[in-house]
Design a protein around this ligand. Sequence first.
Ligand SMILES: CC(C)(COP(=O)(O)OP(=O)(O)OC[C@H]1O[C@@H](n2cnc3c(N)ncnc32)[C@H](O)[C@@H]1OP(=O)(O)O)[C@@H](O)C(=O)NCCC(=O)NCCSC(=O)/C=C/CCCCCCCCCCCCC(=O)O
Ligand SMILES: Cc1cc2nc3c(=O)[nH]c(=O)nc-3n(C[C@H](O)[C@H](O)[C@H](O)COP(=O)(O)OP(=O)(O)OC[C@H]3O[C@@H](n4cnc5c(N)ncnc54)[C@H](O)[C@@H]3O)c2cc1C
Length: 536
Amino acid sequence: EQQEKWVPRAVNMEIIGTYAQTELGHGTFLRGLETTATYDPNTEEFVLNSPTLTAYKWWPGGLAHTANHCVVVAQLHSKGVNHGVHPFIVQIRDEDTHMPLPGVKVGEIGPKLSFSTANNGFLGFDNFRVPRDSMLMKNAQVLKDGTYVKSRLSKLTYGTMVFIRVMIVTDMAYYLSVGATIAIRYSAVRHQSKPKENEPEPQILDYVTQQHKLFIALASSHAFRVTGQWLWTTFVRVNKALTSGNADTLPELHAVACCLKAVTTRDAASMVEACRMSCGGHGYMTSSYLPILYGITTAACTYEGENTVLLLQTARSLVKAWQKGSKGKPLSPTEAYLMDKSPVPKWENTLDGIIAGFRRVSAGKVQDCVSKIDKLVKMGTSYEDAWNQTSVRLVAASEAHSRAVILATFRAEVSRAAAALSPPLARVLHQLVHLYTVYWALERVGDLLLYTSIAERDVQELQQQYEDLLQKIRPNTVGLVDAFDLRDEILNSTLGAYDGRVYERLMEEALKSPLNAEPVNQSFHKYLKPFMQGKL
Ligand SMILES: CC(C)(COP(=O)(O)OP(=O)(O)OC[C@H]1O[C@@H](n2cnc3c(N)ncnc32)[C@H](O)[C@@H]1OP(=O)(O)O)[C@@H](O)C(=O)NCCC(=O)NCCSC(=O)/C=C/CCCCCCCCCCCCC(=O)O
Ligand SMILES: Cc1cc2nc3c(=O)[nH]c(=O)nc-3n(C[C@H](O)[C@H](O)[C@H](O)COP(=O)(O)OP(=O)(O)OC[C@H]3O[C@@H](n4cnc5c(N)ncnc54)[C@H](O)[C@@H]3O)c2cc1C
């Protein structure tokens, strides 16, 4: 009924909304949100109120000047009892005049690192009344007399965030494809230095260090697209089960969505920055789009769940799984490897060997965390303090788990798809899987040395494998980014345009600057000349 009321109006843009959960004082700790929604049975209304400055909603995208409605997350009070945070759909502006409604204080939060195209806003309520059906009642309800009917699973309130985290993994695949396209095309056009005096300046794409900076971004885009597809399929399956009242698989989805969102956003931000730096000074130009792209990807490390907090959520699940498995209870498919108690096998420099190695690292780290926590608790430390003292290791265990999931999924999905591809295309995609897997083995070689039987000669061989792969992928690099098929209008980049006219585009953009409107800028007469004449 509520969906019939609100969804059609949102679809036809009568309602422009945003998600108003975060407050000045709380973004992570949702149970600490201060906005209140108090039910008045006499008028069958909720009274929304921001009791403190820190209760003001702060950050929601489009809230400042675009949205006329929003989903407000508030502490629900009825019959004198606080039932915790619940979502409410609330009109905040007049649909004709767009003026804020009486009792609503709304505005712009100010300049940000990037995302200048979004008007993120603040929102405060002064005993603002909304009808009872403003409470989104899919999970929990408040009856006309104020009786609270609780949800069969309180965490369903957090469901929106799981959905967005699932989507973010695929978003990161897209952003990495943009960064890789811009940087690799530029690296094919840019010639620099003379390693061989009697030869012309080479393409910077032929420097192996440049390949090391860029090819992992290209491979990660494919790894995250494939993993994002797998995660979406998992989300759809869990959601279908939830609809029929079965919440058994929700904890696994929450845990894997948390660590994949955290790891893919962190990787995307750092690899986009590497793309920016690999383009030298021109990568620092706004017209390259790389600084904007960095601003977008680094924001994703914070929004929809700050990365450390989410990695600790996954760690909570891994520790619980270890404790469950140690009692012989079955574990979820993504965590089942934790109970592999077989002897550490002889190391193999193969994809399967490396994937198995990362699972050993994750299981070993989880076991070390459980041992440390148990030891601290036995010494009289509270569980919460023991958790906090172990939290750096817990984050590392969560990252290792996430990497094992990505490596295994990327390999399995490409192997499955390869049968339907032409042999040359299958070969190139396998090279990207191989590069991605060996890259991360070398990045985490310390962990592999701690938890597997990898030896020094294996590491030397992996380094050589990696350098051979850079050489094999080089001839197809431009073709691989062209295959992302990103139009120039979408790339929005002087460095990444398909025609490669980098220098002409840089100059064209420079000449658009208002500072080039006249040969002598007024600042000369107002400041420089008086200063030079000793008059300032
Ligand atoms: C989970 C918390 C951290 C803690 O919650 P809490 O209630 O305290 O729970 P715990 O005690 O930790 O755990 C209790 C149990 O609950 C389980 N649990 C927790 N969460 C979930 C869940 N979601 N689902 C299922 N189960 C859950 C947990 O496992 C425990 O179980 P058990 O007891 O162990 O069995 C919680 O506080 C939390 O989630 N905090 C994070 C808050 C958050 O995520 N906020 C997000 C706000 S919304 C937001 O940020 C929106 C952002 C939108 C950005 C949009 C960007 C636009 C992208 C497009 C860009 C376009 C670019 C173009 C630009 C250009 O070119 O110009
Ligand atoms: C670009 C952008 C868009 C956004 N859009 C929206 C939106 O549309 N709607 C919305 O509601 N919100 C939005 N947000 C807000 C976003 O969801 C919050 O910023 C995010 O949830 C982090 O919360 P916080 O800012 O309070 O940081 P905090 O939680 O205060 O984090 C600060 C530091 O404390 C650490 N920390 C916090 N809790 C713990 C813990 N338990 N254990 C260990 N460390 C901890 C964190 O790791 C972090 O290092 C947006 C934010 C950004 C940057």
